[in-house]
Design a protein around this ligand. Structure first.
Ligand SMILES: Nc1ncnc2c1ncn2[C@@H]1O[C@H](COP(=O)(O)OP(=O)(O)OP(=O)(O)O)[C@@H](O)[C@H]1O
Ligand SMILES: [Mg+2]
Length: 566
């Protein structure tokens, strides 16, 4: 992480005096009579030094952070790499020529943490933040009161991109506080000035991804959603056989918004390793996911929606910890069928086709092209997001699917570009549900049961289990329900996939107990049917969308204008 480190210039005026008096050991002031008017302890000096140079804040995550008073709006952790502790030690040495004692630093950190804890919590964001300017101050880009999004460029200057409805620009000072981690690398500065805009600016990026046009438009939808922090983000699943450039695509999709030294990560082994994997970056790309066990499926679903994961094992004492983070996730996999049920409706499956040998390009070439086009790609995405934010208030969908906010965003994207991403997304989500259905022995057993019935089936879950057991595959699959209550849970988990295949499972409580009703329904609801019927998206980069409708020059003269832009 690069951060501003101005300690040499910020030498407090009393530092020289203190240097002469510096006690050589940590701890409380000396107790001896000679030290009655003793110089402050090292710990006290460290606290003062910190207060002079840093603002202490309590983050919304409950952690203490320090913000360099003379530097960018970046929340530094108190401990760890490039944290306040390290910086203070460095500054203390620069001022006094003496290394501070370890216990003095620890004491000082305890005091500083206590100070931060007493302050009102402030939002500390990672890479993206939503931003609603106060009406009295107006928007920093001149549009009074318009809500927007802030994207941390991740460089040492603390510059950010602010995006609002119909406009975006680079600002030197962030209106929100960002934290950085070891996984925060700098984004390319988005291209400004005279250049292709919107979709036309994405042509280079399009060429780097081995996806078809419909797939590309969905990738763009996923990227735009990733820039909107407060909505659930479906998981981009890049699927294809070996060597179809899945990893390359996942890497570029993550790098264009949230670059890090480790853009691709392996699927975690448990909740603890997920916490480590996911805590330090806004986007997480999991490479080569082969199966998704139930705990991981559940964890991923929660990361999509931002629900908290309560876990005792993450703490050494009796306390529990609630990991509550919403993340933007991409994964690569060879086999979509292996992905679990409740994930299916939170996924955007994008298939990658085989690359014929004559079309395969060396890694280095693809990488060079990526670097060359990244500033333009990012600018194009920002253009599109600005347009999408402007179009969103006019989006009214008659019915909303599970990922409602994402669906609205796609509808706005379609309005801006003329694409058909919403239809493509709904059709694929349904297809993924069917794949889950095919891959799950219980789901297929339920379907087979209904195939044997003229009308639906009703009975208790115990009776249902007995009926299903009569026709169960031999040997029974490992996840086959062992009792009636497990069966009830499994059916609830499979409900979306069953529904997509035209099977409705409802529960009914009567005086005689709990009854299950299984019946066939029309295969899809209206929203999904619209998706199925919609035409296949055409190649997204059309000449007429080369210049998007609302640009700097028409609606907002200061769009894309930055003091440095000339
Ligand atoms: N857009 C592209 N067009 C042509 N060739 C590409 C493209 N992207 C990557 N390649 C080439 O394809 C090779 C395989 O890419 P990559 O490793 O991303 O595939 P993969 O699907 O992840 O493979 P695996 O299943 O083995 O993990 C790369 O080494 C590179 O040479
Ligand atoms: Mg790979």
């Amino acid at each position: 992480m690069n951060t501003h480190a101005p300690e040499q210039e910020q030498r407090p005026p009393q530092a020289a005096e203190e240097e002469r008096q510096a006690p050589q050991q940590a701890g409380a002031p000396g107790k001896g009579t000679a030290n009655k008017e003793a110089a402050p302890s090292q710990a006290t000096k460290l606290v003062r030094l910190a207060e002079e140079s840093y603002r202490l804040v309590q983050g919304s995550d409950g952690k203490a952070y320090a913000v360099d008073r003379g530097g960018p709006e970046i929340a530094l952790p108190l401990r760890g790499r490039d944290g306040l502790r390290q910086r203070l030690a460095r500054t203390f040495y620069a001022h006094t020529g003496t290394a501070p004692g370890g216990s003095a630093l620890t004491d000082a950190m305890g005091v500083l943490e206590g100070m931060a804890a007493g302050r009102p919590a402030v939002e500390v964001a990672l890479r993206v933040a939503s931003y609603a300017p106060r009406p009295d101050t107006g928007s920093m880009s001149g549009q009074p009161g318009s809500a927007g999004v802030v994207l941390d460029l991740g460089d040492p200057t603390g510059r950010v991109v602010v995006i609002g409805p119909g406009w975006w620009g680079i600002e030197d000072t962030s209106p929100v506080l960002f934290r950085r981690t070891a996984l925060t690398s700098a984004l390319p500065v988005p291209a400004m000035g005279h250049r292709p805009r919107g979709v036309a600016a994405l042509a280079g990026f399009r060429g780097l991804l081995n996806v078809d046009d419909a797939g590309f438009s969905l990738v763009v939808g996923w990227l735009l959603a990733a820039l909107v922090p407060d909505i659930p983000h479906p998981i981009l699943a890049l699927l294809g056989e070996q060597g179809t450039a899945k990893s390359t695509a996942a890497k570029f999709c993550v790098r264009i918004l949230d670059p890090s030294p480790a853009p691709l990560r392996s699927a975690p082994k448990d909740v603890k390793s997920w916490a480590v994997t996911a805590a330090a970056s806004w986007t997480v790309a999991l490479d080569n996911v082969s199966t998704i066990p139930a705990w991981f499926s559940d964890t991923l679903c929660k990361a999509v929606t931002g629900d908290g994961i309560v876990d005792r094992s993450l703490f050494t004492d009796d306390d529990v910890t609630v990991l509550s983070f919403r993340r933007v996730i991409a994964l690569t996999s060879i086999d979509a069928g292996a992905l679990a049920g409740d994930l299916a409706e939170r996924m955007i499956p994008v298939e990658l086709e085989r690359i014929p040998p004559q079309r395969r390009r060396p890694d280095a070439d693809v990488e060079t092209d990526y670097r060359a086009t990244a500033p333009l790609t990012l600018a194009g995405l920002l253009d599109l997001l600005a347009e999408v934010l402007a179009a969103l208030p006019d989006v009214h969908l008659p019915q909303l699917p599970r990922m409602a906010d994402f669906a609205r965003l796609l509808a706005a994207l379609d309005a801006v570009t003329g694409w058909t991403t919403l239809a493509a997304y709904l059709a694929r989500a349904e297809e993924a549900n069917r794949a889950v259905m095919e891959a799950d022995p219980l789901a297929t057993a339920v379907r087979d049961l209904l195939d044997r019935q003229a009308v639906g089936w009703s009975g208790t879950s115990t009776e249902l289990l007995a009926t299903l057991n009569d026709h169960a595959p031999d040997p029974r699959p490992r996840n086959w329900p062992k009792n009636a209550s497990v069966l009830g849970g499994s059916l609830r988990r499979l409900a979306p996939a069953l529904r997509a295949s035209g099977i409705e499972v409802t529960e009914q409580r009567t005086g005689a107990g709990r009854f299950l009703n299984l019946r066939r329904t029309p295969p899809t609801d209206d929203v999904n049917r619209r998706g199925e019927e919609a035409q296949t998206p055409t190649f997204p980069i059309r000449p007429e969308s080369a210049v998007i409708a609302v640009t700097a020059d028409t609606r907002r003269p200061d769009l894309h204008k930055h003091p440095r832009d000339g």
